[in-house]
Design a protein around this ligand. Structure first.
Ligand SMILES: *Cc1c(COP(=O)(O)O)cnc(C)c1O
Length: 410
């Protein structure tokens, strides 16, 4: 008799997006003529940059010729891509990395989800609240969470982020072993300063903890002084793993390419207390369970690092960040409390007096025909907040904000 992994049963259903879809469908049935604008999606909408398309086409032609055809590549990714990642994304920040410290993958979602496999089941996990659900759910599946009780898993440490603490998580009171941080943050769009990030690196050093740092939105940082990589912080190369993706900077959400940095100096412990490098564990995990990103896709990603590619992704990001400004300024002008949207494509707003996350969702849909994402869907501390995204077209984003101004003026 095959028994299931019952940890999966601890997970609540994927209620958030199903519930949104249901409410939107009902509204559409009742109002077939309404022009609904979706500012809820966390997916890019602009096509791939020209430089990437050129790189992809050239690689397809290579695969068509016996002399340049490639079969299996290195599981960790081709050196041509890794070398450009290191040179362009890290050496410019003063961070040096070896080629075998960067692992190319098919996405940060898989990497941030899979990384917990190389850690023991008894580690205490800390997540920010609200949070990108992958960090939490994969630890629930692995048996690190305990039971769900009144919205929180008993064995997980929730680091509350709200307007009260300016979305800066406080160091935990109990000792934690694995800490997930995502900056610029999804869903709140907020960032941490180098000094704030340093507190976490120092905490990890003092407690033998590991920081799993998701920098998916690094390219959206506009302000000087905001860290692009955790390795800008002294000591981080001993305690942090960093996740990056081409999804949000270069439009690869459907093309799939990302990478994870595991410096060889990052150590965790065996049960008898001796140090063990996570780089070799992750390498073992990847070479066993993953056969690499397609050559064609890695050539597309490599093209991101050409001068044209760099220019074109800058333009993509500026396009979305102009939307972020439209949303931010528009909401502020009618007196809403707005966070994020300066160094990230996410705007996190406090729902107006008298509305919780879901009743505000309904009001926005009914009065303005706009779909956003209720903050409560990202964790208990998201209640009373609401997320709008800058990934729409400039036209529809402007139209949405005009509607909000007319319908929602407080
Ligand atoms: C979009 C996103 C990712 C990227 O996932 P991919 O699998 O690389 O597309 C990772 N982390 C966060 C927080 C995200 O929002």
């Amino acid at each position: 008799m095959a028994v299931i992994n019952e940890n999966y049963l601890k997970l609540p259903g994927s209620y958030l997006f199903a519930e949104i879809a249901k409410r939107v469908a009902t509204f559409k049935d009742d109002n077939p003529k309404a022009n609904i604008i979706r500012l809820g999606i966390g997916d890019v909408t602009k096509p791939l940059p020209e430089a990437v398309i050129k790189g992809l086409h050239a690689a397809v032609d290579e695969m068509a010729d016996a002399r340049t055809f490639r079969g299996y590549g290195p599981e960790q990714g081709y050196a041509f891509l890794i070398e450009k990642i290191i040179k362009t994304d890290y050496e410019t920040l003063g961070v040096t990395l070896a080629v075998d410290e960067v692992f190319v993958s098919d996405g940060s979602k898989s990497d941030v989800g899979n990384i917990q496999e190389i850690f023991g089941v008894n580690n205490k996990v800390a997540i920010t609240d609200p949070v990108y659900p992958v960090y939490l759910d994969t630890n629930v599946m692995a048996g690190r969470s305990g039971q769900l009780s009144s919205g929180k898993f008993a064995g997980v440490t929730y680091l509350t982020c709200n307007a009260g603490n300016n979305f800066i998580p406080a160091l935990p009171e109990e000792k934690v072993d694995i800490i997930y941080l995502c900056y610029p943050n999804n869903p709140t769009g907020t960032t941490l300063s180098k000094a704030e990030l340093k507190k976490w690196v120092d905490y990890a050093k003092a407690n033998g903890s590991i920081i799993l740092y998701d920098a998916a939105y690094e390219a959206y940082i506009q302000e000087p002084g905001v860290p692009h990589s955790i390795y800008e912080i002294e000591g981080a190369k001993d305690v942090a793993i960093e996740f990056r993706t081409f999804s949000k900077n270069a439009g690869f959400t459907g093309t799939r390419c990302a990478f994870t940095v595991v410096p060889k100096s990052v150590m965790a412990f065996t049960a008898d207390g001796s140090q063990y490098p996570l780089n070799s564990l992750w390498n073992r995990r990847q070479t066993t369970k993953f056969n690499g990103v397609p050559y064609i896709i890695q050539k597309g990603a490599e093209a991101v690092y050409t001068p044209e590619g760099q220019q074109q992704i800058k333009e993509l990001i500026s396009y979305y960040m102009a939307n972020a400004k439209t949303i931010r300024d528009g909401l502020k002008s009618i007196g809403l409390d707005v966070f994020g949207g300066v160094n990230a494509p996410y705007i996190w707003l406090k729902t107006p007096q008298g509305y919780d996350s879901w009743s505000f969702f309904d009001k926005l849909l009914t009065d303005a025909h706009i779909v956003g994402t209720p903050g409560a869907g990202f964790g208990p501390a998201g209640e009373g907040y609401f997320r709008l995204t800058a990934f729409g077209s400039q036209e529809s984003t402007k139209e949405a904000i005009e509607r909000i101004k007319v319908k929602l003026s407080l």
